[in-house]
Design a protein around this ligand. Structure first.
Ligand code: ADP
Ligand code: ZN
Length: 220
């Protein structure tokens, strides 16, 4: 089944985890601009060299750069029947560019995963990423996890999950990305889900919103 889905929400809302689940379930690619940029940084490509310092400071990479990345990615054959976008768009110009790219495709389903700032800071300070399989591991009972539950791989903290950078990312989110809620709010395919629920509860709400497609009703 085709699905054009975009997940938005502050850093630490659990977008990445939910996006992977949905992409697997719908057999469409998970397109995460943050992951693509981090891979470019790892590989030390010209793109990576341009993005690294911006990302470490919690700022946004330029619109033209990320729009180009997404345009190329959406043209690959595996995205022909749909995609789950995670971390893009993050500004109004990016959203406008996406609308132009999707001109003749199915409508875009937009799900906002809402989490408040204190929760974001608490979650991200304990978030770790597996160096083996890329799984995102959250805190259980207040402690940072020690090893990957999936592959037992070593866990690391993302460079931009340090508290000072998290605060900057949140500020940037509220100023530049949250206005997208108003950009999409009036569409019948917009839904907001409570990111403070458990991972499975959020997954159920998100799947429901995604399946609803163009017939979902906007929640108050
Ligand atoms: P999170 O949602 O947890 O903040 P991401 O992995 O989505 O993290 O993004 C990490 C960083 O990559 C961002 O802080 C930003 O510097 C850069 N980035 C990712 N997507 C975009 C985008 N669409 N526009 C501009 N910068 C982006
Ligand atoms: Zn792992």
């Amino acid at each position: 089944m085709a699905l054009n889905l975009m997940l938005m929400g502050p850093p630490g809302a659990g977008k990445g985890t939910q996006a992977r689940r949905l992409a697997r379930g719908f057999h469409v690619p998970h397109i995460a601009t943050g992951d693509i940029l981090r891979e470019a940084v790892e590989a030390n490509t010209p793109l990576g060299r341009a993005a690294a310092a911006i990302m470490d400071a919690g700022q946004l990479v330029g619109d033209d750069i990320v729009i180009g990345i997404v345009r190329n990615r959406l043209q690959r054959p595996d995205a022909a029947t749909g995609f789950v976008l995670d971390g893009f768009p993050r500004t109004v110009p990016q959203a406008e560019a996406l609308d132009a790219m999707l001109d003749r495709r199915n409508p875009l389903v937009v799900i906002d995963v809402a989490v408040d700032d204190e929760d974001v800071i608490r979650r991200l300070s304990k978030r770790r990423v597996c160096t083996g399989c890329g799984t995102i591991v959250g805190a259980k009972e207040g402690l940072p996890p020690v090893a990957c539950p999936d592959c037992n791989g070593a866990l690391v903290q993302r460079r931009d999950d340090r508290e000072s950078v998290v605060r900057e990312r949140l500020t940037v989110y509220r100023q530049r990305t949250a206005p997208l809620i108003d950009y999409y709010r009036e569409r019948p395919t917009f839904r907001s889900v409570d990111g403070g629920l458990t991972e499975d509860e959020v997954a159920a709400a998100v799947a429901d919103a995604a399946h609803g497609g163009s017939v979902v009703r906007r929640t108050a």
